[in-house]
Design a protein around this ligand. Structure first.
Ligand code: 9Z3
Length: 318
C-alpha cells in the first residue's frame, strides 16, 4: 500500500515549530463546522487575519511582529457571510473582529450613559450619537450567531498560525471544492527554530544584538498540493514598492499553482488591489464617491472571488 505523502515541510513543522496543545480539538471543531454547513448547501471560507508574532526567546519577552490590523480579514468575513458563506476566522488574538471592528476606536464608557440624570436608577443605555450604527451591526451579529455562521479561532505566534492552518486545511479537505482559503494574514518570512532559541531573556549586557533567522517554510505549497488539493485557494501579496508587486504576484501563482493572488501595496491597500489569476488581472478601485459613501474595497474583493469560486465549483463538477 502506498505510504501517505509527507512533505519536507511537514517534517520541519513538527521539528521546529511547537504545536499548540489544542490543535487536534480545534481540527475536529473545524471539520464538524465545515461538514455541517456543506451539508446545508453552504460554502465555507477559511479566512486568516492579523499578523504573526515570532518569539526571540522561549520565555518570551521580545518578539518580531508582522504589520496587520486585521481589518481586511474582519471586514471580508462580514461580506462572505452576507454572500451565504460560513466562515472560519483564524485570527491574531485581539486583532480586529467582524462587527465589533466598527467600534474598535470607541471607549466603551463614552458609548454608555445613565437613563436618569444622576444614575440613581442604575439603568444604562447606549448613546446613539457615539454608536450610530449599533442597531444594524447588533442585528447582523445576532443573525450570524444564531445561524452559527462564524467559527473564531485565535493564534498569537507563527508556530500556532502554521499548525492551525494545516489543521484547517485538513479539516476542510472533506468538503473539496466547496472550501475557499482566503489567506489575508501577514505572515513572517523569518523565524528562529526552537533548537536555536535562547531560553531566557537576551541580556543587553552582552552588547548589541545580532540576529540570524531562518526562512519560514512556504506553507502554501503543501496546502495546495497535499492538504486541501481540491479547494479554491487565494493568497495575498503585500509589497511597499508598487513596481515589483504584479511580478511577485505572478511568480507566486506560477510557483504554487493556486487560483488567485490579491496584490496590494501597504499605503493604498484600502482603496486599490489587483486580483491576479493565471488568465486574468482585475483592478479593484474605490473612487472618491465610493469613499464618501463608505463603500469598502473588501465588498468588491469578496464579490469578485465568490463569483470565481462559483465558476471553479461548476468546472470541477462538469
Ligand atoms: C495582505 O496583504 C493584507 O491585505 C494586509 C491587510 C495585511 C495588507 P490590514 O490587516 O492589512 O487590513 O491592516 N496580507 C498578506 C500579507 C503577507 O504576509 N503576504 C505574504 C507576502 O506578501 C505571503 S502570504 O509575501
Amino acid at each position: 500500500m502506498a505510504e501517505p505523502r509527507i512533505s519536507s515541510i511537514d517534517g520541519k513543522l513538527a521539528e521546529e515549530f511547537a504545536a499548540p496543545s489544542h490543535v487536534e480539538e480545534v481540527k475536529d471543531k473545524m471539520a464538524a463546522f465545515a461538514e455541517h454547513h456543506a451539508a446545508a448547501g453552504r460554502r465555507v471560507v477559511l479566512i486568516t487575519s492579523g499578523g504573526t508574532k515570532v518569539p526571540l526567546e522561549s520565555r518570551t519577552v521580545r518578539f518580531l511582529d508582522n504589520f496587520s490590523s486585521g481589518r481586511r480579514g474582519a471586514c471580508s468575513a462580514e461580506y462572505f457571510m452576507d454572500s451565504g458563506y460560513a466562515v472560519i476566522f483564524l485570527h491574531r488574538h485581539r486583532s480586529l473582529y467582524p462587527y465589533t471592528r466598527m467600534f474598535s476606536t470607541i471607549n466603551m464608557l463614552d458609548a454608555l450613559q445613565f437613563r436618569g440624570e444622576d444614575g440613581a436608577s442604575g439603568e444604562v443605555v447606549v448613546n446613539q450619537q457615539v454608536l450610530p450604527n449599533i442597531v444594524k451591526a447588533l442585528k447582523r451579529y445576532h443573525e450570524v450567531k444564531d445561524g452559527r455562521l462564524l467559527l473564531p479561532i485565535e493564534f498569537n505566534t507563527l508556530s500556532e498560525y502554521l499548525h492551525l492552518l494545516k489543521a484547517a486545511a485538513q479539516a476542510l479537505s472533506t468538503i473539496g471544492s466547496k472550501a475557499m482559503f482566503y489567506l489575508a494574514a501577514a505572515v513572517s518570512d523569518f523565524y528562529i527554530p526552537a533548537s536555536e532559541m535562547p531560553e531566557h531573556k537576551i541580556q543587553s549586557s552582552n552588547g548589541p544584538l545580532q540576529l540570524s533567522m531562518n526562512m519560514v517554510p512556504k506553507i502554501l505549497s503543501p496546502l495546495v498540493k497535499d492538504w486541501a488539493p481540491q479547494a479554491f485557494v487565494i493568497s495575498f501579496k503585500l509589497e511597499t514598492d508598487a513596481a515589483i508587486l504584479l511580478d511577485k504576484a505572478r511568480r507566486a501563482l506560477d510557483t504554487y499553482r493556486h487560483q488567485a493572488v490579491v496584490a496590494n501595496v501597504l499605503d493604498s491597500r484600502r482603496g486599490y488591489v489587483v486580483v491576479v489569476t493565471p488568465e486574468t488581472q482585475s483592478e479593484l478601485i474605490l473612487t472618491e464617491e465610493d469613499v464618501k459613501n463608505e463603500v469598502e474595497i473588501e465588498e468588491r474583493i469578496v464579490s469578485n472571488l465568490t463569483s470565481a469560486h462559483e465558476k471553479f465549483i461548476t468546472q470541477q463538477v462538469g
